[in-house]
Ligand binder design. Structure first.
Ligand SMILES: *[C@@H]1O[C@H](CO)[C@@H](O)[C@H](O)[C@H]1NC(C)=O
Ligand SMILES: *[C@@H]1O[C@H](CO)[C@@H](O)[C@H](O)[C@H]1NC(C)=O
Ligand SMILES: *[C@@H]1O[C@H](CO)[C@@H](O)[C@H](O)[C@H]1NC(C)=O
Ligand SMILES: *[C@@H]1O[C@H](CO)[C@@H](O)[C@H](O)[C@H]1NC(C)=O
Ligand SMILES: *[C@@H]1O[C@H](CO)[C@@H](O)[C@H](O)[C@H]1NC(C)=O
Ligand SMILES: *[C@@H]1O[C@H](CO)[C@@H](O)[C@H](O)[C@H]1NC(C)=O
Length: 208
């Protein structure tokens, strides 16, 4: 059963963002993206959580770029996607403005970075990440939880392509490989030691 995402947006672009509908047939919790703007400085801490049912998606899609703007009463967040030569889609610019008091002395915030390389997904794939925090300067963070997004080569029925996981979610083979190599080395040492001791005996030496 297909989930109804709130922000299924313009023909070629999809974001799983903030979906409300539940996958009733499988009674699984919905895959929802949670977005929050957070201020964290020595002087003040504050959080604004984007409310899915009070947010609209706007923007545009082109062959090589896409704009996804989430608009809510207190401001907006824009994700600009670009496509690299090999077809990988990624966010190259991120903007937000927020008119909401995150601290006692300030109630308006904005952030702007257009030299980013975030959320990469190969052609026809989707980007998937359980949790990440993006620093936007001036003590401001954008926290993105349970993210799944895809801006290009989206299928006609708006289903996500294969997931390209963020580094934190990729299975870590290093530990397994490390343990395997250590075991192999131990086995080789034992076998060599055994052979040496046998040879010594057969050479007529007494073993210690
Ligand atoms: C904000 O949080 C940080 C870390 O959690 C803490 O070091 C700092 O003192 C906090 N600031 C205020 C004003 O509570
Ligand atoms: C939005 O959803 C929250 C819970 O997710 C609910 O408490 C609130 O009433 C809803 N607001 C509107 C306008 O539907
Ligand atoms: C992205 O789309 C929003 C909403 O349509 C628009 O206000 C904004 O100017 C666009 N930004 C860019 C960089 O294209
Ligand atoms: C978008 O990607 C193209 C490569 O496909 C690159 O030449 C261009 O500089 C990028 N644009 C931005 C704004 O990063
Ligand atoms: C934008 O983000 C990049 C990568 O996190 C960082 O290196 C750069 O300094 C930021 N630019 C601005 C203007 O904050
Ligand atoms: C993605 O879409 C572009 C045109 O929008 C097309 O040229 C390309 O072949 C597609 N790639 C895949 C892997 O479907």
């Amino acid at each position: 059963m297909k989930r109804a995402a709130v922000f299924v947006f313009v023909a070629c672009c999809v974001v799983s963002a903030l979906s409300l509908a539940e996958d009733k047939k499988n009674s699984k919790p919905p895959t929802t993206m949670e977005l929050q703007i957070r201020l964290a400085t020595l002087k003040a801490n504050g959080t604004f959580i984007v409310q899915p049912n009070k947010t609209k998606a706007d923007g545009f899609c082109e062959e090589m770029k896409a704009n996804l703007t989430l608009v809510f009463k207190e401001g907006f967040i824009t994700f600009m996607f670009n496509k690299s030569a090999d077809g990988t889609g990624y966010v190259n610019a991120l903007f937000f403005t927020l008119a909401y008091p995150l601290s006692k002395d300030r109630s308006a915030y904005s952030a702007n970075n257009n030299s980013l390389h975030l959320f990469p997904a190969k052609a026809g794939h989707s980007y998937s990440c359980k949790k990440e925090s993006l620093y936007m300067g001036n003590g401001l963070w954008l926290d993105v939880d349970r993210d799944r997004m895809q801006a290009f080569n989206v299928s006609k029925n708006h289903e996500f392509g294969i997931s390209d996981f963020c580094p934190a979610d990729q299975p870590d083979y290093r530990v397994a490989i490390g343990v395997g190599v250590t075991l192999l080395v131990l086995i080789v040492i034992v076998v060599v030691a055994y052979m040496l001791s046998r040879r010594r005996r057969s050479d007529g030496y007494q073993s210690l």
